[in-house]
Ligand binder design. Structure first.
Ligand code: GAR
Length: 188
């Protein structure tokens, strides 16, 4: 049995998709959802999916106790699915090569502090990039710079807007993120 912990900050469409994708797979279980935002719609989704929720504050998150708690849950893989805080070094050390993130652009472009969600799409459209996409990567001590696991591309139209690009990226995330997770779990 492989146990996932999914970290979220917002809407949770990736959380929903991952949970549904693995729902008929008896070898993968979502042990909990960790959320830093009391207003996140993800909380409602986790409740409806019957997955235990762990709300965190900044102080919790960087504490030794939180790292120990995660270790005690026998987590095989931490999945950042729209989680917007930087991961503390202690957690990265406790879960080496066992934390992955999805980023809504083709890293190394449009990554780093401040590049999240719609800000990424606004920048990509403003720069008139011919392509954008998604990147699934391992998490290290720096934002958006760990080893890349998977990228998928999509072309921008002439009249692309940040909203229309967000919809395209959303489709890529729904199609590829669970598959990338499955691949990482089978390589472990
Ligand atoms: C996703 O598009 C994800 O790629 C992005 O946040 C969104 C979360 O959507 N992540 C980042 O920007 C990380 N830097 P969701 O809450 O509906 O899954």
């Amino acid at each position: 049995m492989k146990r996932l912990s999914i970290f979220v900050s917002g809407n949770g469409t990736n959380l929903q998709r991952i949970a549904e994708y693995f729902s008929d797979n008896p070898t993968v279980e979502i042990a909990n959802v960790v959320c830093n935002n009391p207003k996140a719609y993800s909380i409602e989704r986790a409740k409806n999916l019957g997955i235990p929720m762990r709300m965190i504050t900044k102080a919790d998150f960087s504490s030794e106790a939180f790292t120990k708690e995660m270790q005690s849950l026998d987590i095989d893989l931490i999945v950042l699915a729209g989680f917007l805080w930087k991961i503390p070094e202690s957690l990265i050390k406790a879960f080496p090569n066992r934390i992955i993130n999805i980023h809504p652009a083709l890293l190394p472009k449009y990554g780093g502090k401040g590049f999240y969600g719609e800000h990424v799409h606004e920048a990509v459209v403003a720069a008139k990039e011919p392509f954008s996409g998604i990147t699934v990567h391992y998490v290290n001590e720096l934002y958006d710079s760990g080893e890349i696991i998977l990228q998928a591309h999509v072309a921008l139209d002439k009249n692309e807007t940040p909203d229309s690009l967000a919809a395209k990226i959303h489709k890529l995330e729904q199609a590829y993120f669970p598959v990338a997770i499955e691949q990482v779990l089978s390589d472990q």
